[in-house]
Design a binder for this molecule. Sequence first.
Ligand SMILES: [Zn+2]
Length: 602
Amino acid sequence: MSVVDDIRDKLDIVEVISGYVPLRKAGRNFKARCPFHTEKTPSFTVSPERQTWRCFGACATGGDIFNFVMRKDNVEFGEALRRLAETAGVEVSSRPKEQVDLEESLFRVNQEAARFYNEMLMSPEGRAALKYLNDRGIDAKAIEEFQLGYSPKGRDRLRTHLATLDANLGHATQAGLLRSDDEGNVRDFFFGRLMVPILDRRGRVAGFGGRSLDGSNPKYINTAATPIFDKQATLYALDKAASAIREQETAVIVEGYMDVIAAHQNDRRNVVASMGTALTERQVYLVRSLTKTVVLALDADAAGQEATLRSLEASWRAMERRRFGQRQEVALRIAVLPEGSDPDDIIRESVDRWDEIVKSAVPYMDFVIPAMARRHDLSTPQGKGRAAEALMPIIVSMGNAFEQDRYFGQLADTLGVTRDQLQASIGKLRLAARERRPAGPQPGAPPSSTTVSPLASGDRDPLEEFVLKALLHWPELLDVVEDHTPEEFRRTENRELFTQLLAAGTIDELQHRLDESLAEHFTRLTESDIKPTTRQSAPRAIQDALGRLKQRHLRDRQAEILESLDIEPGAELPKDIEDSIASVNDELKEGFLVGAREKPRR
Ligand SMILES: [Zn+2]
């Protein structure tokens, strides 16, 4: 039995949810006011029979204990699993012991280095570094909180220190603290620099940033990638900012470490830094579980903006495209700083001014449309074409029809074309998307219905697993899932894997971000046989299986609605339930129509 099943067996959903919201018995079910949105009449239902919950109100969503804890505690699947495992007294299998031991050792040696650097900062040798911090208005409390330090000159000070402690120098090298030179001498990697320890989400020292103090280049060097440090997937100070981000429902991302420290020192604790890289998808992924609103504070300087814009274009477009697979949409807003000032200047001069700037951040598209217009020569048809080409995919992929329409109009105005002309170009994009989708039966394709039972058997759900196996086998077919949502998967581990796969886009990336709790499931699926499905028959087979998952999901929802109806017999049908019934019926009808249309003609 998998850990997920073990936990599901040991915990009762009514008990788990009662720990968060008071539930009232109502017929076969339990009801409450929805914990995820504000409402007067309870539309949140928990079914002890199905061990599921559903909000019939504004959220219009549901799931099991895992989804509930993920949403309520704002955590990823792995963390929800660990929390519930603890409650259930179930042990979660983890990574191989050697790997855990190695990582622990690397964290330990980093921690010792941070302590050593901090001691050096307070010694006579650290005077220049300390003066630099004082000049930038960073006080003693912040130095302590952020564990700032100084790596002394000479290239063997840390190594000597670690050697006297009998520390594992091989691990210090693996952690990026030491490095062998051409002659094979092991030397300190950082020397003569102000040291900024970079902590992971759990507050452990994962790496360092080192700032030069004598104007030498590069101004900053960071720890290279190590088993415990990957700057693409790190946001500086997220460990300290997480609770403020959650409370204030906004994360502010700046560029520099010193900006973050200045902000926190002035009680603006929802600020993190992007590690000198342009914002990566993985970094956005990190804050996504904490908040829906991300404000990116950009330098006024044009070159910097240009670089940021280019990187955002790429990563944000990818996110927009995949966001139907995500639990939450992320609203990215841009705050442009006044010319010639760094965030930390502004914060030190006036916190109110800083608050104003953050508050005045504009939605990403409101920033990007004019910025893109400046970049292309809109007096020529070619320039207009390129600007439209860059922006239309983002607009077309927007989930919100109202926003889509607004930006569509804004883009048409900016380009100086009519809506009709722009509409024509959308038509082409949509058409292109459709042409990529497989059409009609492939010769020699085995009908998936004979190979996959639609019924979940025992611990597994072959239909769901078939979809995942096929997608893991041929990730290039991810486009096929366009109209499907993770909620159509009944089993949480499958739902989660599907969500992560959509967000990741590639197997490499998936493996990178996959929580250890899902690794085993992932391995089993990737290793199991997919015959007789072939690459050629796969698109059709995946679509078929997904179609059936969708039908099943809709029927589940119908049943849930009917169950919730017998709560108060004879009572008038609440409006939201009535709406739910209507919408499920519509979807089912549509599903059958689509199914009928797509039937292979022989
Ligand atoms: Zn709700």
